[in-house]
Design a protein around this ligand. Structure first.
Ligand SMILES: Nc1ncnc2c1ncn2[C@@H]1O[C@H](COP(=O)(O)OP(=O)(O)OP(=O)(O)O)[C@@H](O)[C@H]1O
Ligand SMILES: [Mg+2]
Length: 449
């Protein structure tokens, strides 16, 4: 959360004695206090520091408190400003509230009252920040700036997402494992009018049939042993949101029938219930098996396939959009560095070339893992020796591609260990179970010292 550990107060007051008294009061209460003797001075402090609350006198020589309020609000509309005023000028205080001041206190004030007002403002500000943080995080995660890709094929996917987000059409997302199907599903939801309602995902291949049925459609109390209370099921819990049916190709045949009926009738029957109930959910399904082939093989119902496949989005595998690999590598390096709190990393040309060249059976997820590992194993520069050998070998087009000689293997292994221990040769030798002089001999043989 972006809340500072200690809340800071900017106190603006042109009387020196008053400033001293207030400073003492606020510091004892645990605040970090900045003081200013004029509005001009206050603006400077405000713009240079992370101020939680501004406490300002109204009547000051030069610009007054109301003008200061205006200026502060013009650079931070959410700033918390508390006005101090004399009994005689409560009207001005009311004007200040209209201009967006959080509250006012009348002078002379009771210390406890002032501190309480400040405390309320701090709480309000924290709640506001948390909300803003959560909203931004949600948006950040699913807005397109986090979905990387410039290639024509992925741009086509983004365009489709944009188009279908505004509709209620069922969507079928197909693509190999790790290509970003779930990310696409989430961005449809979070860019749609349903975004404030839940996005509920279920993996249709991961649950046995009876569990999957009650997960989807719910059950009534007493429907079976152990059903001690009603369960709503995803269809009803979605309540205006989106249901993501992942690995739909693995849905058992009996449930395929029930799902088809639900989609046709817009209602579901919880296990043990005598009447169906309606639901409001948009359906997005995903499959890493080609669903057409599953239909052809008789493993997936054709009628359900057409129901789900109102809009089809095919997410292309990474090997068909190599243009995106460089971008994705940079994106994941930055992400990894941020998450691990590590120092910046550059990627050596040769390492980048092998990343682009490799075939990526596990697609973006695999690429992300490889980069995360490389950031851990490398110092400033990611070189081929911090990539898995199958990746770095993608550049060696000889008949042994993908295979390493024993010497090569040894050399890489030693290299990896050395990187892990920050080139501490003694430690590396002990991990490798050889003595230091043997390690030096080997390094000399590899041409590394
Ligand atoms: N275009 C992209 N830009 C950035 N990150 C991406 C992109 N596509 C996918 N990712 C990331 O790659 C990982 C895999 O994506 P996701 O889980 O959506 O794939 P999937 O197709 O659902 O995989 P699976 O078939 O294995 O379930 C996630 O961490 C996701 O955030
Ligand atoms: Mg997935």
């Amino acid at each position: 959360m972006p809340t500072p550990v200690q809340n800071s107060i900017l106190m603006v007051e042109d009387e020196e004695v008053m400033r001293a008294i207030l400073r003492q009061l606020l510091e004892v209460a645990g605040y970090d206090v900045f003081t200013a003797s004029s509005a001009e001075n206050a603006m400077q402090i405000f713009s240079e520091n992370d101020i939680s609350i501004t406490l300002t006198d109204i009547k000051m020589s030069g610009k007054d408190g109301l003008e200061l309020l205006d200026q502060i609000k013009s650079i931070d509309a959410e700033a918390m400003v508390i006005i101090m005023t004399a009994y005689s000028s409560v009207d001005t205080a009311v004007a200040a509230l209209r201009k967006g001041a959080y509250d006012y206190v009348t002078k002379p004030f009771v210390n406890e009252d002032l501190l309480q007002t400040i405390k309320n403002a701090v709480t309000q500000r924290r709640l506001f920040n948390e909300n803003r943080f959560l909203r931004r995080e949600l948006r950040g995660r699913y807005d397109f700036s986090e979905i990387v890709g410039k290639s024509d094929s992925i741009q086509r996917v983004f365009n489709l997402v944009n188009k279908v987000a505004g509709t209620n059409a069922n969507v079928l997302i197909q693509g190999e494992t790790g290509t970003g199907k779930e990310l696409v599903a989430r961005s449809i939801h979070f860019n749609s009018e349903r975004s404030e309602a839940p996005f509920l995902a279920v993996n249709c291949g991961a649950l046995p049939e009876s569990l999957l049925e009650s997960e989807l459609f719910g059950y009534t109390r007493g429907a079976f042993t152990g059903a001690v209370s009603d369960k709503r099921g995803l269809f009803r819990s979605a309540a205006g949101g989106t249901i993501f049916l992942d690995e739909i190709g693995d849905m058992p045949a009996v449930l395929q029938v029930k799902l088809l009926r639900a989609l046709q009738e817009h209602e579901v029957t919880p296990v043990g219930a005598s009447h169906p109930v309606t639901f409001d959910a948009r359906i997005i399904a995903a499959s890493n098996k080609k669903l057409e082939s599953e239909v052809a093989a008789g493993r997936f119902r054709e009628d359900l396939f057409y129901r789900l496949n109102v809009v089809e989005i095919d997410v292309p595998p990474l090997r068909d959009r190599r243009d995106d690999i460089t971008l994705l590598v940079k994106h994941f390096v930055a992400k990894s560095v941020r998450e691990q709190g590590a120092g910046e990393r550059t990627v050596a040309e040769k390492a980048m070339a092998s990343l682009v060249n490799y075939d990526w059976p596990g697609n973006i997820r695999e690429l992300e893992n490889v980069i995360e590992r490389a950031v851990i194993l490398s110092a400033d520069e990611i070189k081929t020796d911090s990539l898995p050998s199958k990746v770095s070998a993608s550049l060696t087009p000889d008949k042994n591609a993908g295979h390493l000689t024993l010497n090569e293997l040894e050399k890489r292994y030693v290299g990896e260990i050395l990187t892990t221990v920050n080139d501490d040769k003694a430690q590396a030798a002990s991990i490798l179970g050889i003595d230091l002089s043997t390690l030096y001999r080997k390094l000399k043989k590899y041409g590394e010292v």
